[in-house]
Design a protein around this ligand. Structure first.
Ligand SMILES: [Zn+2]
Length: 279
């Protein structure tokens, strides 16, 4: 037994420091690992946030086109009649699902789109749209807002969109559906029993938007015209003309007075020259 103890003790003496060394070198959570774990929880939080993003089946681009049509081809007449659109009217500008977000778009330059909520800047409008979808989805009025893109068929949105589809064969079923939707809008927004203004606007809406929903299309939409906008280039040209016009008149005046002075000098010189000539 004693011999065994004496054999074990040097072994233990070697083992204990080894065990201590192993304990010291055992993998403790490093900074990198902490950051990674934080990152993983961050990404899991992001995934949770993504999971919370409500799915909205409403085209932002087509909604924007509908807003443009309403603003350019309907509102000038509504404003002229001093008419208040009823709340149930789906054309009401405040009912747009994306109104708050669209109001928070700041377009500084061709390639500078700024988010009005967090001031982030984007190169193109489509990236700002994506940013709204990911970061500010909670500001979409999904519960009370209308999807204006749904009205695009009735309102001829394709005509104001850049990617206007080429005119294909007239589809009688789709045309009839669009006409029905168009007439429903006229009835709900401008009820015939709503007074003379509502009556006039009801008629105008039918002429402006609904009458062209025929197969084949006999009439063009927006026959009653649109809002006249003065473009920035037009204003710049006007300002430049107003600035250059006085300069032009000053130049003409100086030029003419110069000619007059020149002829007077010639008149003065010529008698003197005649006097000197005979000698
Ligand atoms: Zn933002």
């Amino acid at each position: 037994m004693d011999s065994n103890r004496s054999q074990l003790s040097p072994m233990l003496r070697l083992l204990i420091p080894c065990l201590l060394l192993l304990l010291l070198l055992s993998p403790s959570p490093s900074l990198q690992q902490i950051q990674d774990s934080q990152g993983s929880t961050g990404s899991s939080n992001q995934n949770k946030a993504k999971a919370k993003i409500p799915e909205i089946h409403c085209s932002r681009e087509r909604s924007r086109a509908a807003v443009k049509v309403i603003d350019e081809y309907l509102m000038p007449f509504v404003e002229k009649e001093n008419y208040q659109l009823p709340n149930k009217c789906k054309l009401h500008p405040d009912g747009n699902l994306y109104k708050d977000q669209e109001d928070h778009k700041i377009h500084y330059d061709i390639h500078e789109w700024r988010c009005g909520y967090c001031r982030k800047v984007f190169y193109e409008e489509k990236y700002l749209d994506k940013h709204f979808d990911n970061r500010h989805f909670d500001l979409v009025n999904a519960s009370h807002g209308n999807c204006l893109a749904d009205l695009c068929g009735a309102l001829h949105c394709d005509l104001v969109m850049n990617s206007a589809s080429k005119k294909g064969k007239c589809n009688p079923a789709a045309t009839a559906k669009n006409r029905h939707s168009c007439e429903n809008l006229a009835d709900s927004c401008f009820p015939v029993q709503g007074g003379p203004s509502a009556n006039r606007l009801h008629e105008l809406f039918l002429r402006q938007f609904c009458d062209s929903h025929t197969c084949p299309a006999r009439l063009k939409p927006f026959s009653r015209g649109q809002r006249k906008r003065r473009s920035i280039s037009y204003i710049v040209i006007c300002v430049m003309v107003l600035m250059l016009l006085p300069l032009f008149y000053v130049f003409v005046y100086l030029y003419q007075s110069g000619i007059r002075r020149g002829t007077q000098d010639l008149r003065r010189i010529s008698p003197d020259a005649r006097k000197k000539k005979p000698s």
